[in-house]
Design a binder for this molecule. Structure first.
Ligand code: NAI
Length: 342
């Protein structure tokens, strides 16, 4: 998070006086769904990264204008646009990180699972193209329901013979960003210092902030734990209701997704101190997919940080057991969809 901000600031001040900052590395990032509510601000934030040399924007509509607009920013990456299925393969060639926010967002009254019928097929088709054109890339899935779309992506990649579980990620960074913000507000802490691991999944009660593991160490009353946990779990719905039919979280999501992209690029670039929470094929418990803190490296997940899940409070242990059946069902639903539509 810090390095993302610092790099962006250094970059803009260097550009302002006409100097190109020294680029330590150059990666290509593709955004599938780039002209959407998340796609546009996310593309802007990634355009600011000095680690990116090529920004490939793909959508089924309106992407040419987004690319023209962004290409005028005097940051190093070249912006390319690709519209519709005929250009999808070209969008993915030579790409190191693929980010997928394509699909339909929630409207008031909808759960993330209500999006399944629309988004499952979209994610399946896009990941098939990823398998064919850039099978070694890190894949970041944003499209909801993440609890099911990530298992769908895994099945698609398996069927194509290119599944690397270390490189497939459901983006849950927004849950961490929200937890950090709400805890800092509640406890009057400096925002930049606060770090709360969030585990489980990315919908309702499957989102489990481990408040007892907050850094810096801080104590909460039972009431505070209950209120904060429920607020973090419902924060997406808070935005959906405030937008009153005009979509779900887009700006905070773009910020969170850009942080996860930047972390991935730093890891690819050889930084050995990169940790994020993400929803991945897991070995931390009996669930095949689970969000928890991972160490990222050049080849993707390097290690699971098991210490977060040890010594939980009774509240957290009970919440963890309570979320497992729902998360398991969402995983099975995704796998069944992928296998049915093979
Ligand atoms: P949006 O409707 O504003 O944008 C979606 C974009 O996807 C549109 O530009 C659309 O043309 C494009 N699209 C649709 N089908 C496509 C296809 N087959 N190929 C390429 N592009 C396609 O939606 P928004 O607000 O950007 O949300 C996108 C997704 O992100 C939703 O599923 C939403 O639920 C999810 N989301 C996930 C979060 C997370 O924390 N993981 C947080 C917030 C939203």
């Amino acid at each position: 998070q810090n390095s993302f901000k610092t790099r962006a600031v250094k970059q803009s001040s260097a550009s302002a006086i006409g100097l190109r900052p020294k680029i330590s590395a150059s990666f290509n990032v593709a955004i599938l769904g780039a002209s959407g509510g998340i796609g546009q601000p996310l593309s802007l934030l990634i355009k600011m990264s000095p680690l990116v040399s090529g920004l490939h924007l793909y959508d089924i509509a309106n992407v040419k204008g987004v690319a023209a607009d962004l290409s005028h920013c005097n940051t190093p990456s070249e912006v390319l646009h690709f519209t519709g299925p005929d250009q999808l393969a070209a969008a993915l060639k030579g790409v190191n990180v693929v980010v997928i926010p394509a699909g339909v967002p929630r409207k008031p009254g909808m759960t993330r699972d209500d999006l399944f019928n629309m988004n499952a097929g979209i994610v399946k088709n896009l990941v098939e193209a990823v398998a064919d054109n850039c099978p070694g890339a890190f894949i970041h899935i944003i499209s909801n329901p993440v609890n099911s779309t990530v298992p769908i992506a895994a099945e698609v990649l398996k069927a194509k013979g290119v599944y690397d579980p270390k490189k497939l990620f459901g983006v849950t960074t927004l849950d961490v960003v929200r937890a950090n913000t709400f805890v800092a507000e509640k406890k009057n802490l400096k925002l930049i210092d606060v770090d709360v691991p969030v585990v489980g999944g990315h919908a309702g009660i499957t989102i489990l902030p481990l408040l007892s593991k907050t850094k810096p160490s801080v104590s909460f009353t039972d009431k505070e734990v209950e209120e904060l946990t429920v607020r973090i779990q419902n924060a997406g719905t808070e935005v959906v209701e405030a937008k009153a039919g005009a979509g779900s979280a887009t700006l905070s999501m773009a910020y969170a997704a850009a942080r996860f992209v930047e972390s991935s690029l730093r890891a690819l670039d050889g930084d050995t101190d990169v940790y994020e929470c993400a929803y991945v094929q897991s070995e931390v418990n009996e669930l095949p997919f689970f969000a928890s803190r991972i160490k990222l490296g050049k080849r993707g997940i390097e290690a699971f940080v098991n210490s977060d899940l040890q010594g939980l409070t009774d509240y957290e242990s009970n919440a963890l057991e309570a979320l497992k059946p729902e998360l398991k069902a969402s995983i099975e639903k995704g796998i069944a969809f992928a296998n049915k539509s093979k």
